[in-house]
Design a protein around this ligand. Structure first.
Ligand code: PEP
Ligand code: MG
Length: 757
């Protein structure tokens, strides 16, 4: 077959590769490379700066500049144009470089006669290793193609640097671990806390070993084969979902496959191969270009498409480098203190990591309601979500501080920042030890009111916390979490084994099982979900269960079986009107009859309650109280509906406060009516676990709270320093004030009265 004509950049790459493989020291080869690039790009200057320890860019070679400048001219990262290119890791092309505000004149170089400059970062594995620049006397307008050629060439120079002959391997290592500046990225707090550790990228980037090829046909053939393999794998996925789900996921996969066949994308990869790159380097290059183009794209639809393309590029790289499965995922050698960094991830993927090493999680996407955040809360690790441009800024092995309390991630923090956080962490650890000593003391106020403290759970790991914290029981067992962890729908046998284990491990302490709260945004891998404008207010929880009763009937069957001879408490999520409670209760009764007919042991005592998280239900309260054995207020959902304020939206998540006139009078009203009717009421939303908020809840009449296990200690400490009579009277004096929030007033009360919040 006839070879494609050599394109300009291929010829250049071929010459560079020959030079790299040729005679001479690394410095001599670098000098030659600069000469070749200058000639090829018709530039008067070609200079190469190499990044050395201490964030210094040193001029290593320069065709066209004064030779005395070589190894003498040094710039800090961020200094001058070259330093700016390194700091931003982005190319720059300027026809009038000297008028740029960042231009820093270095007399030893003699560069004052050159007007135009084009520079690109020398990148390897996403890290800056140096800068490659060309200059011309005239005010030259460099073309996009010329910039692309320079970027491709920079990939080759990166290999020469990485070989460790220009600067020692030790220094290179030092540079690699500190080659980028410290950055702080703000996001949204998904779980409070502070942690420090080494970044582990959930989807690590591939390091491409072979960049240049002089046999484009062979590379095109490799690409074709890899694309075929990838299509085959996607088809297999399509077939598998057809069998398992009756084609419910087909649409998503079809769209994905369409992208995989995108002629434009494949053509761009083909062109990059024709320019002299190997197939894998070509995929990487096109991928880098796509990322750069989408960098500032805020349209969620287009960003989703970028994720699809990223995923496809990764798959293609897996096929090309033959690393399917071995380089990705948590199997590699992991650091002792893992800060997991991901675009987004599923709950099961988080659980694949060694929990004893997992310290924190930072996501580029994600909201409070994402499953992974719920699971991370159960694991008690701090989580930050919506950390914009996270993946562009973090490299594996970077030191990362997750300060979820302030919703900030510090990447590669300076030594003193690290020290300050080490102190904070030490102080926290001391507090945790102090809480552990409270395990066996009652949660009793100074004036003798006992508060029942319970934990929210969803994993077996939480059951260990039940004992460790000395909590009274499990106030909310989110049964959807085991469903989310499972790769297929757990049948009745699997469910009942699971619930039985939960009851065994809780060792007689009460457990309130909440029936499945899926649908909306809590989708399951094997469950057909559909797009909704407002998934939190959509087809979820009891709505799904009543429309597809087989789901909840299986769950009831499993719970009844698991509890045979023991007490069983269960409640329904998202009940909006009493008739829904009746319908769910009716299905439960049918399952009880079924078990009785089969002579199965029934639960010793059955308690059936409801979550109160939709405001409408409060307007049928008397009818509800006649039916339920208990009520649990789901304040997370309740307040987003009460205030019409999406709990997952960073702009408004903190706009309205539960500790406001409306919030507290609503909650106080519920507590008072339950008290009159002698119906137990508890609260299991996030506010129960915050000492100041919990103080207010007790003040308006709550005697039972359920929270993340890590909150038991702080809340118990608060309770033991509180006088119920004082807080209750104080709140009564506040309630008529038409202010935005009572939070500050309550904080002052706590400080004045020595309440440990
Ligand atoms: C709530 O809404 O307050 C609640 C506890 O349920 P979830 O957070 O699981 O929706
Ligand atoms: Mg809820």
């Amino acid at each position: 077959m006839a070879r494609a004509p050599l394109t300009g950049s291929r010829r250049l790459l071929a010459r560079l590769r020959d030079t790299m493989a040729g005679e001479g020291s690394a410095q001599e080869r670098l000098d030659k490379i600069a000469g070749i690039i200058a000639t090829d790009l018709v530039a008067e200057v070609c200079s190469i700066y190499v990044l050395r320890a201490g964030e210094v860019l040193e001029l290593f070679t320069a065709t066209g500049l004064k030779p005395s400048a070589i190894h003498n001219t040094r710039l800090q990262v961020g200094e001058g144009l070259v330093g700016t290119i390194a700091a931003n890791a982005r190319p720059m092309a300027l026809s009038d470089a000297q008028s740029h505000p960042k231009f820093a004149y270095r007399p030893e170089t003699g560069e004052e006669i050159y007007n135009s400059l084009m520079g690109v970062p020398i990148l390897r594995g996403g890290r800056v290793q140096g800068v490659l620049a060309v200059q011309n006397r005239t005010q030259r307008h460099y073309t996009d193609e010329e910039a692309e050629t320079l970027e491709t060439v920079a990939m080759v120079i990166a290999e020469l640097i990485a070989a460790g002959e220009l600067i020692s391997a030790d220094e290179l290592h030092a540079v690699e671990s500190a080659s980028l500046l410290a950055v702080t990225i703000a996001g949204v707090r998904l779980n409070a806390g502070v942690a420090m550790g080494e970044a582990v990228l959930h989807e690590p980037r591939f390091v491409i070993e072979r960049l240049v090829s002089d046999n484009p046909e062979e590379e095109q053939q490799r690409l074709r084969e890899a694309v075929d393999e990838m299509h085959g794998a996607i088809d297999a996925m399509l077939e598998a979902t057809d069998v398992a789900n009756g084609g419910e996921h087909r649409d998503i996969l079809e769209t994905y496959r369409m992208f995989a066949e995108d002629a434009g994308w494949l053509a761009r990869i083909g062109e990059a191969i024709d320019s002299g790159l190997t197939a894998e380097a070509a995929v990487e290059k096109v991928h880098n270009d796509t990322r750069a183009r989408f960098r500032n794209q805020r349209d969620p639809y287009l960003r989703e498409r970028l994720h699809d393309l990223e995923d496809l590029a990764n798959r293609l790289l897996q096929h090309l480098t033959g690393t399917e499965g071995d380089d990705i995922g948590p199997e590699w050698e992991l650091p002792e203190n893992i800060i997991l960094v991901a675009r987004n991830m599923g709950p099961a993927q988080l659980l694949d990591y060694d929990r004893t090493r997992l310290r924190g999680l930072v996501l580029e996407e994600g909201s409070v309601t994402t499953h992974v955040a719920i699971v991370a809360r159960a694991l008690d690790i701090p989580v930050i979500g919506r950390a914009t441009d996270l993946l562009d800024n973090v490299e594996p092995g970077d030191i990362v501080i997750v300060d979820a309390d302030e919703a900030e991630a510090h990447i590669r923090p300076a030594e003193d920042v690290q020290q300050a956080f080490t102190e904070t962490l030490r102080a926290r650890a001391q507090r945790v030890a102090a809480y552990a000593s409270l395990r066996n003391v009652p949660a009793e106020t100074k004036d003798g009111i006992t508060i029942s403290l319970n934990i929210n759970a969803g994993l077996f790991a939480d059951l260990q916390s039940l004992d460790e914290t000395g909590a009274d029981g499990i106030g909310l067992f989110r049964t959807e979490i085991p469903f989310m962890e499972s790769s297929k729908y757990p049948d009745v046998d699997r469910q009942s084994a699971l619930y039985e284990r939960v009851l065994d491990l809780s060792d007689g302490k009460p457990v309130v099982f909440r029936t499945l709260d899926i649908g909306g945004d809590k989708s399951l891998p094997y469950w057909s979900s559909f797009d909704e404008e407002n998934p939190a207010m959509g087809w979820r929880a009891i709505r799904v269960a009543l429309d597809q009763p087989v789901l909840i009937r299986h769950q009831f069957r499993a719970l009844i079986r698991a509890a045979g001879g023991r007490d069983l408490s269960l409640m329904f999520p998202m009940i909006t009107e009493v008739s829904e409670f009746d319908a769910a209760r009716g299905l439960l009764d049918r399952e009880l009859e079924r078990a009785e007919k089969r002579n199965r042991p029934l639960p010793k005592q059955l308690h059936v309650g409801t979550m109160l998280e939709v405001p409408a239900l409060a307007f049928q309260f008397d009818a509800l109280l006649e039916r339920v054995d208990f009520i649990s207020v789901g304040s997370n959902d309740l307040f987003q509906f009460l205030f019409a304020s999406d709990r997952g939206s960073p702009r408004i998540a903190d706009r309205y406060d539960a500790l406001s006139p409306a919030g507290l009078s609503f909650l106080g009203g519920l507590a008072a009516r339950c008290d009159d009717a002698e119906t137990p009421i508890s609260l299991c939303g996030e506010i129960a676990g915050r000492p100041l908020d919990a103080m207010a809840l007790i003040g308006v009449g709550f005697r039972s709270l359920s929270m993340a296990p890590s909150s038991i200690g702080p809340v118990k400490t608060m309770i033991r320093s509180l006088n119920y009579g004082d807080i209750s009277r104080y709140i009564q004096t506040l309630q008529s004030m038409p202010v935005h929030s009572f939070r500050e007033k309550l904080r002052e009360f706590a400080i004045d009265h020595g309440v440990m919040i």
